[in-house]
Write a protein that binds this ligand. Structure first.
Ligand code: FES
Ligand SMILES: [Fe+2]
Length: 372
């Protein structure tokens, strides 16, 4: 699938911006609300990177499918009859209706508009009345291919049919989970996936995830659980990922927001380019995938899928999930305020404190390099 930026982009990347980012200046404020920047991001970032799609157990059997989107590209992931996992752009080649919705199990992928029917491998099997059409060759009208891969219980998709392998982009993150005794393939998806809207540009939501400089100010319950002192809270970066590691705060255990008892002794918060994160809280083995999907320049759809060790009591899952909801609501208020502030254009570029905020710098350099 190809598209072109020509005609859609009216912004330019300033030639000295990279050097400014390296000195701790931020991306220009306009990049957080311009439609032209947003359009360029869709093509140059979301059109060619791995994005979290859903839970592997939903596509374990032949015919099982799930739908998702990678940036603005709708994608259907399906297990074909031979057992291979496939991804197709979920847009009918006839006139563009979405082919599949939600998730479930089907023999074929049939479009609900005029019943063009695709095989699970994406090839067009039947188009009603096409036999009355001279020169119609079904072989020309397969669904466009996309890429799919799994990491343990997690499914990822990439609109690019020929991408860098998923594993390569994960860098040191799998090892960090393994070092904590976490095995993604043994964790179970539990509880309802949660979704909420944030009225802010997706990059602000990511950047807020990437620093804990705001934690002592804005997250009282989180800061009673995790030691957010800059000498204790560890930050690391790799090519396409960055990570934060926090020990349990030892000063006042009686004030913990939940009882962090279990095999996981420390917190890990990993970011994966361009818009997904893995959150591990102290307690029973757990990984919560938090995704920030752009929904226009001024809005982000956020959702979270929780994975837990088999046998984790519902009450523990609810308690930790509720803690995450409180912290998430605090973050939403912060980033919505930043979005309104930057949209005034009155602060053209901010200044990062690199000791605490260098993961934002790492992210902004990736954004810069993708668009430059
Ligand atoms: S748009 Fe899908 S069959 Fe017509
Ligand atoms: Fe936060």
């Amino acid at each position: 699938m190809t598209s072109t930026l020509a005609g859609s982009s009216t912004f330019g990347v300033p030639p000295d911006l990279r050097a400014e980012l390296e000195r701790g200046r931020t991306l220009p404020a306009g990049w957080y609300s311009d439609q032209a920047v947003y359009d360029a991001e869709q093509e140059l970032i979301f059109g060619r990177s791995w994005q979290y799609a859903g839970v592997a157990s939903q596509v374990a059997e032949p015919g099982q499918y799930l739908t998702c989107r990678a940036g603005a590209v709708p994608i259907v992931v399906v297990r074909d009859r031979e057992g291979a996992l496939r991804a197709h752009v979920n847009v009918c080649r006839h006139r563009g209706h979405l082919v599949a919705e939600g998730c479930g199990r089907r023999e074929t992928l049939q479009c609900a508009y005029h019943a063009w029917t695709y095989d699970l491998d994406g090839s067009l099997r039947r188009a009603p009345r096409s036999d009355r059409e001279p020169g119609f060759d079904a072989a020309d009208w397969s669904l466009h291919p996309a890429s799919v891969d799994t990491w343990g219980s997690l499914v990822f998709v990439n609109p690019d049919p020929d991408p860098v392998p998923l594993l390569e982009t994960l860098g040191p993150v799998p090892q960090s989970l393994a070092d904590a005794g976490l095995d993604l393939s043994t964790l179970e998806h539990r509880g309802r996936s949660r979704e909420w809207l944030v009225e802010a540009n997706w990059k602000l939501v990511v950047e807020n995830f990437l620093e804990c400089y705001h934690c002592p100010v804005a997250h009282p319950s989180f800061s009673r659980l995790i030691d957010v002192d800059p000498d204790a809270y560890r930050l690391t970066t790799a090519r396409w990922t960055s990570s934060q590691f926090g020990e349990v705060e030892q000063r006042a255990p009686s004030r913990y927001p939940y009882d962090p008892v279990g095999a996981i002794e420390a917190a890990q918060f990993h970011f994966g380019w361009p818009n997904w994160s893995l959150n591990v809280f102290p307690g029973p083995p757990n990984v919560r995938v938090l995704v920030f999907q752009p929904d226009g320049p001024h809005r982000t759809s956020t959702f979270v899928d929780g994975f837990w060790a088999p046998g984790t009591p519902d009450s523990v899952i609810e308690e930790i999930t509720e803690f995450g909801v409180i912290v998430g609501a605090e973050d939403t208020t912060l980033v919505e305020s930043v979005h309104r502030g930057l949209a005034t254009g009155l602060v053209e570029q901010g200044r990062l404190l690199l000791d605490s905020e260098r993961l934002i710098q790492h992210f902004q350099l990736l954004v810069h390099d993708a668009l430059a």
